[in-house]
Design a protein around this ligand. Sequence first.
Ligand code: PAP
Length: 336
Amino acid sequence: MSNTRKMISSTEAEQKDDHFKEFFQRLQPKKLVEGELLANYQGIWFVADLLRATLTFQKHFKANDSDIFLATMAKSGTTWLKALAFSIVNRNNHSVDESPLLFSNPHYLVPFLEMHLYKDGNIPDIDAMPCPRILATHLPYQLLPSTILDCSNSRIIYLCRNPLDVFTSTRHFVLQNGFASRPSASLDVPFETFCQGIYPYGPFWDHCLGYWNASLKDPQKVLFLKYEDLKKDINSSVKKIADFLGYPLSAEEEEAGLVEEIATLCSFENLMNLNCNKEGEIQTVFRAKHNSFFRKGEVGDWVNLVPPSMANRLEKLMQEKFGESGLTLDIHGNSV
Ligand code: PAP
């Protein structure tokens, strides 16, 4: 590229950046106590870099019929779901003992769309990815680009987790990676903002309900899973995911113990002890340590952080928000 061309494109990039900054300011962002600046765009809360990446993704992404989308609210078990879907779909390309998961953090094998591939105004050559592409997003259903919904054979799996564990997991993640510029010593304010829905990609309840309703309307297209159910019975969950994605396990594969092998490969204990997950960090819109994606992997760990009065409040709030939708999330890990 000639110097003149370079100068023109860097000026164009600066202008785009200025336009975005003005646009973000017009949304009248709120400064949270811990220093984060969040703006509400079409009912959803975003930090600036994520909103910019979301707009680029919405504008430029083209889905195809073999695409698989993994959608989650952050800290709902994304890393686990990525490992499972990747292992199921690619099981004929490499055996479990030679899985790329043994050498690579799941977030590289199944990249985030808006948060990674389309960050900083980047437009990736997504067509160069081998099919079927397995891609992840934290975006709520209503903000998915229409191309995903128009490709009738593409599939979406949504993994939901009870909000108290999501809140707790997020709290540890934020502190471990130093995301809060002024970390609050008390839980009161972060909890209050969570309950108000002011939270990246929040409100939490709208996120779950969007995919829940879509899964009821079109169960062929959207599979709604719960982290707590995966913990309870991972073997059935592996089979369910495989069936939904159109990669069912054959009787011979089941007999040979492949379901259990995949479940063990993707288990918290196995993944957290691999060097590729113990060391290093990933740069998406945020920089996060690989090991910060593997903390405890339990249901109900919120009891070690959140006092019962706050838990009761959030439980009531969820009942109110979920209303007659039929969606229930169990905070104690019991069967619902
Ligand atoms: P992300 O949305 O930012 O990518 P995500 O993977 O959803 O993160 O969140 C990490 C949580 O999933 C952690 O929960 P915790 O803080 O309550 O412990 C992490 O431990 C848990 N997790 C990661 N891998 C697994 C796994 N293989 N099995 C069960 N839980 C897991």
